[in-house]
Every structure is written in C-alpha cells, then in structure tokens.
Design a protein around this ligand. Structure first.
Ligand SMILES: Nc1ncnc2c1ncn2[C@@H]1O[C@H](COP(=O)(O)OP(=O)(O)O)[C@@H](O)[C@H]1O
Ligand SMILES: [Mg+2]
Length: 253
C-alpha cells in the first residue's frame, strides 16, 4: 500500500475533492471539498437532510459518489470496497448504531475486530478506555441503555484500529449528561493519533470538541472555519439558510 509517494508534499490524511453524490435522481451532496489532517477533529454540521450521513457513508465506501475523488494518505480510494477502506484505517460509527442486539457486548466488538487494521486497539485496550464494558461484556447489547449502546458502537469502530474515525450523530436522542459521558473518550483517542470526522446535530457539542467546522446546507458547503472564528449568527444562518438583518430585533406578538 505504501510506496515512494510517501514523501509527496501534497499528501494529506484525507482529501475529499469536489464530491457530488446522488440518491437516484436526488442530489444529496453537491461539490463538497475538504481535507482532514492528522490530529484534527473536523465537525460536519447541518440540518436534517443536509447530506451529512450520505457524505460519511460515501467516504466509508457504503455509497458511491457521482463524481469527485476521495484520497487517503496519497492514494485515491474512491472505488475501493468498504472492507479495504477499513483495512486502511477508515472506520464509521453509523447513524443508528447498527449493533447486533441479540449478541453480547463482546461479540459485537469481535465483529468490529474482524477486518481490523494494525494498531494499538484490541478488545482489552477498548475495555481500558470504557471501563464499565469489561464487567458487562457478556450482556446482550439489546439490554443496554441507549447511551451504553452508543458507546459500544464507538468501541466496535475502535477495535478496527482506525486512523480516521467517522462518527455519525452519536448523541441523537440521548440526555445531555449521557452525551457528555460518551464524548469523554474523544481527547484520549485523539491523543493516540486518531483523527475524527464528526457529524453532530448538537452544534454546541460539535463546537466544544472540534478543531474545525464544516457546515452543510442542502448538500452544499455553507460555512467553514475554526470554532473560535465563527459567530453564533454566522453558524445559525449557515445551518438554517436564513439571512439575518442586523440590529432589528423582532417584536414578539
Ligand atoms: N437511502 C436513501 N435513498 C434516497 N434518498 C436518501 C437516502 N438517504 C438519504 N436520502 C436523502 O438524501 C438527502 C441527504 O440525506 P442525509 O445524508 O441522510 O442527510 P443528514 O445526514 O444530513 O440528515 C436527504 O434529502 C435525504 O432524504
Ligand atoms: Mg444523518
């Protein structure tokens, strides 16, 4: 996989260029470009239907783009099968978890470890990260709470030893305290050299953990920047597509 191109100056961890993606006739992602470098947490935000999941699923190889390219570590991967992308270290925590509820916690992790890349994570290392999982490893996943299941979905992606971990809406439907607990793992995995592509509907949560933000509006890029560059107003209008006329507070009827 690695070759003499390893020294190329234009090498980025992930380079998404002019990606356009359809579902049948429907244009879901329209000419999106971004780069992800080592150690970054890039948050993709945007309203329901903006194209976030379609984008992540396409990078994972679960859906095929209409045009544009995905380059990983200097190699174009746009046409690779999903398991080959996993072997390269690109792993997705899908929206809605997609766990096996009748299998045990550990059996779910074993599924994730099957096509693993080489790296520091195995099931024991993941239990060190999420301490409660070790004690409950024989419990059926369907009996765990929503927040616990979401953590298992993350753990299952981690045992594949990603260098790029893509996370699609882990906080959906969870209480704030549970969300906070789930996000506690993030700094330690970033410290281990994993870059994160995060889709998060809770914008304040996204801003709290991201090094960079990319906002989508109806499949198009509406705003990019670092959290400290972006004002709440700019984010709101990029998110909802609303235009604000400044300094005219509306009287509420
Ligand atoms: N499997 C699918 N078949 C047809 N249309 C889809 C499918 N998945 C998503 N879409 C449509 O593509 C657009 C983007 O959806 P999605 O990527 O799920 O957005 P988000 O994750 O930002 O909510 C929406 O208009 C949605 O209805
Ligand atoms: Mg989605």
């Amino acid at each position: 996989m690695s070759d003499s191109a390893a020294t190329s100056p234009s090498r980025h961890l992930l380079d998404v260029a002019n990606l356009t993606i359809h579902h049948g006739q429907l244009l879901a992602v329209d000419d999106i470009s971004f780069r992800l470098e080592a150690g970054e947490v890039l948050a993709i935000i945007g309203a329901n239907g903006a194209g976030k999941s379609t984008l992540l699923r396409t990078i994972a190889g679960l859906h095929t783009q209409t045009s544009g390219t995905i380059t990983h570590d200097g190699d174009e991967i746009s046409k690779l099968r999903t398991f080959r992308r996993v072997r390269r270290g690109i792993s997705l925590v899908p929206e809605g978890r997609r766990l096996f509820p009748s299998l045990t916690l550990e059996e779910n992790l074993q599924v994730g470890a099957q096509k693993a890349a080489e790296g520091p994570f195995n099931i024991a290392a993941v239990y060190d990260l999420f301490a409660w999982m070790r004690e409950r490893r024989r419990q059926k996943v369907g009996q765990l709470s929503g927040g616990e299941q979401q953590a298992v979905a993350i753990a299952r992606a981690l045992v594949a030893n990603p260098t790029i971990l893509m996370i699609d809406e882990v906080s959906l439907g969870l209480a704030p305290i549970v969300i906070e607990r789930i996000y506690e793992f993030l700094p330690s995995i970033v410290a281990q050299g994993i870059s994160v592509l995060l889709v998060e509907q809770d914008v304040s949560q996204a801003l709290a953990v991201a090094t960079r933000v990319h906002c989508l509006l109806e499949g198009k890029t509406s705003l990019t920047g670092t959290p400290d560059q972006l004002s709440a107003d700019a984010i709101e209008s990029a998110y909802f597509g609303t235009i604000h006329s400044a300094a005219t507070p509306e009287a509420s009827a």
